[in-house]
Design a protein around this ligand. Structure first.
Ligand code: DGY
Length: 321
């Protein structure tokens, strides 16, 4: 019986994932569940064949250049890989995989939670009742923005964007999208393609971000693009904090140009943005788009499927480099 490959799992994954990993690999794991620092990544890489990291472990160019020669594969427990310098990893001959598809439903659910909550003032309403300060009612009280029949813009029509478009149909929304390329009609879910943001943004009562964070999409939402949204529109971000210039967003909220925002991702995580948190019309969640029991199992299994394929000598299904 050959020795099992040695696998470092950086964070606490679902119990089912941990059990399967421990059955098939020699697992190194710290139940303290703290993010792996650069030093930890470099140290562990000298003694393991594989790592399952999350987006909390940063494989920068400097870290990658110091990785030990034993490490052969990084099987990410995430669909986003902006924490990995893929070019540097490729040049070191380290295989990298991610977990696409399996978190699309869960992430679209959170995007819709934020969309509805931001539109209908869920945070203000909840605090009023919870704090015991709900003392009167009137037809002019807590009036919000209706979602049904409105226009939803989607930036990034990958798997999550497509689920979002399908869910929007349930609210009779008209969906518009911008993507690097137009999708085949079967995947468009009836949404209208916009080659450029210039034509998409003026069509959005709601704008939901679903593209990866790359050099090209860094601060895709900035002062200029926010101004192209109609006055009174609502921004939703469940993708990555790097997509949004938060000071421009804060200004758009303060001035009333945006009616509200719903954010699950921030430039600084964990923590968020205290200036945005001061606005009751900004609905905030702590990066929990994929955090359901079903999806955590599915992400863990997908990462392990990729590892299993690699150690069988096959190309993992979700190989990126
Ligand atoms: C992802 O998979 O990219 C989610 O943001 C969780 O890391």
């Amino acid at each position: 019986m050959p020795d099992k490959p040695v696998l470092w799992i950086t964070r606490t994954l679902s119990a089912n994932t941990m059990a399967r990993a421990q059955r098939d690999y020699e697992v190194i794991f710290d139940p303290a569940d703290a993010p792996g620092t650069a030093d930890m990544i470099i140290e562990h890489s000298k003694n393991v064949d594989a790592i399952i990291p999350c987006h909390s472990e940063i494989f920068s160019q400097d870290v990658v250049s110091a990785l030990g020669d034993r490490l052969k594969i990084i099987a990410n427990h995430s669909v986003g890989v902006d924490h990995c310098d893929l070019a540097a990893l490729e040049s070191r001959g380290i295989v990298v995989t991610n977990t696409p598809d399996v978190l699309s439903d869960a992430t679209a659910e959170i995007a819709f939670l934020l969309l509805l909550g931001a539109a209908r003032r869920a945070i203000e309403g909840d605090s009023l009742v919870r704090s015991g300060q709900w003392t009167s009612w009137s037809p002019s009280f807590m009036v919000g923005h209706q979602v049904t029949g409105k226009r939803l813009g989607i930036i990034g029509m990958g798997k999550v964007g497509q689920v979002m478009a399908r869910r929007a149909r349930g609210f009779d929304m008209q969906v518009h999208y911008h993507n690097r390329s137009q999708l085949p009609p079967a995947d468009e879910c009836g949404a209208v393609f916009h080659k450029s943001l210039d034509t998409l943004l003026p069509e959005c009562d709601f704008l939901s971000l679903h593209c990866p964070a790359t050099e090209a999409t860094q601060h895709i939402i900035n002062r200029e693009t926010l101004q192209k949204l109609p006055s009174g529109s609502i921004l939703i971000n469940t993708a990555r904090g790097a997509l949004v210039d938060e000071s421009a967003l804060e200004q758009a909220i303060s001035s009333g140009h945006l009616a509200a925002a719903g954010l699950d991702c921030f430039a600084t995580e964990p923590c968020g943005n205290p200036i945005l948190s001061a606005h009751p019309n900004v609905f905030l969640l702590p990066h929990i788009g994929s955090a359901t029991f079903d999806t955590r199992d599915a992400m863990g299994y997908r990462a392990l499927d990729n590892l299993d394929a690699f150690f069988r000598g096959e190309t993992p299904g979700d190989r990126l480099v």
